[in-house]
Ligand binder design. Structure first.
Ligand SMILES: NC(=O)c1ccc[n+]([C@@H]2O[C@H](COP(=O)([O-])OP(=O)(O)OC[C@H]3O[C@@H](n4cnc5c(N)ncnc54)[C@H](OP(=O)(O)O)[C@@H]3O)[C@@H](O)[C@H]2O)c1
Length: 331
């Protein structure tokens, strides 16, 4: 490995990006991390990562701040574009097109233009299975692979029906548009782009404040819900996503998009597994609704050598992390 390579990670203080920064530092890379507010205590965990004092530099940059992004990306050979607003992290969204779609799509365009300016070789971008699964034309009994794309018109129609806070459909639209833009940009420009589509990301946290996808497992173990709506919990470990991103950066054969999913089962199976490991938590008493389990394949990623850890390891490490952070009491 070239010890002098410098990588940029956008949204460095977030749940997933923090693990990417940690992994890159542990591999000897220098890292430029973008954060919206370098003084915010929520980013302080980054400074405590091993080798951060020598090799990590933080840059202030919103995704809509092209000049800020240029400063962060200048001098980098690779960029891990992870930042994106999540609807569940911003419960007070009034205008989803401005608050979700614009930063995702225009932000991705800004990152890529900054990459062209800095002559970055390769960009690995975190998309989502939200850009894969909302496709009514995909045959129901066929496993979803990277050729399946969320249908923009289907998604917009659903998004416009959303009456409560802006949610999954606007987010899906944002991720789909941003991922398509990135792959098209790569076809027309010098920079190489690979995209990664994870489902629900679970696992221990490096950042101090709980992120939205981690709330799900915490709520299942903590809240003693009378009823829980059935949900699709196709999931992956946050550390395995970080490994996938680096693998895709380093492997010149990696091209296009990659589904990055490890586990797929019903809500009941998840709760039963948790009960087997930690029998005495306050689990939901009843599961209601029907839901569906997404059947999707990460074969393309596995073929490049990606391995995911077993579900039990993710669950144990996550629950132990919640104990340590005081989010969950040991029964
Ligand atoms: N978590 C999941 O289950 C999941 C599943 C599939 C895909 N993903 C994707 O994974 C990536 C990381 O998500 P996460 O779970 O780690 O969420 P997170 O902890 O909420 O991190 C999101 C990051 O994006 C940054 N960000 C949001 N809007 C921004 C803007 N306008 N300008 C600059 N930065 C902005 C946030 O910065 P601040 O800290 O300043 O707010 C934060 O660092 C996202 O692209 C998400 O779509 C997540």
């Amino acid at each position: 490995m070239d010890m002098k390579e410098t990588m940029c990670v956008t949204g460095a203080g977030g749940y997933q990006a923090s693990w990417v920064v940690k992994l890159l530092l542990s591999h000897g890379y220098k890292v430029h991390g973008t954060v919206r507010d370098p003084c915010d205590p929520k980013n302080v965990h980054l400074e405590k990562l091993e080798k951060a004092s020598e090799n990590l530099q933080l840059f202030k940059a919103d995704l809509l701040d092209f000049e800020g992004l240029c400063k962060a990306i200048d001098g980098c050979t690779g960029v891990f574009h992870v930042a994106c607003p999540l609807p569940s992290s911003s419960p007070n969204i009034q205008n989803p097109e401005v608050e979700l779609v614009k930063p995702a799509v225009e932000g991705t365009s800004n990152v890529l233009k900054a990459c062209t300016k800095a002559k970055v070789k390769r960009v690995v971008m975190v998309s989502s299975v939200a850009a894969v699964v909302l496709n009514p034309n995909w045959p129901k009994d066929q496993v979803m692979d990277e050729t399946c794309w969320t249908d923009k018109h289907f998604c917009m129609a659903k998004a416009n029906q959303e009456t409560k806070v802006a949610g999954f459909n606007w987010y899906s639209l944002a991720k789909t548009e941003a991922e398509r833009l990135a792959l098209e940009y790569a076809e027309e420009n010098e920079v190489e782009v690979v995209t990664v589509c994870p489902p629900l990301i679970m696992g221990p946290m490096l950042q101090p404040k709980i992120n939205s996808s981690s709330m799900l497992l915490l709520s299942i173990a903590r809240d003693g819900l009378e009823k829980m709506e059935y949900f699709d919990w196709t999931a992956v470990d946050v550390r395995d996503v970080a490994e996938a991103l680096l693998l895709l950066y380093k492997n010149p054969e990696a091209k296009g998009r990659y589904i990055c999913s490890s586990y797929s089962a019903s809500t009941l199976v998840l709760i039963e597994k948790l009960k087997g490991l930690y029998p005495n938590h306050n689990y939901p008493k009843q599961i209601s609704g029907e839901g569906f389990v997404c059947n999707m394949s990460s074969e393309k990623l596995h073929k490049l050598g990606w391995k995911n850890r077993p579900l039990e390891e993710t669950l144990v490490d996550t629950i132990e992390d919640y104990y340590e952070k005081g989010l969950l009491n040991k029964p």
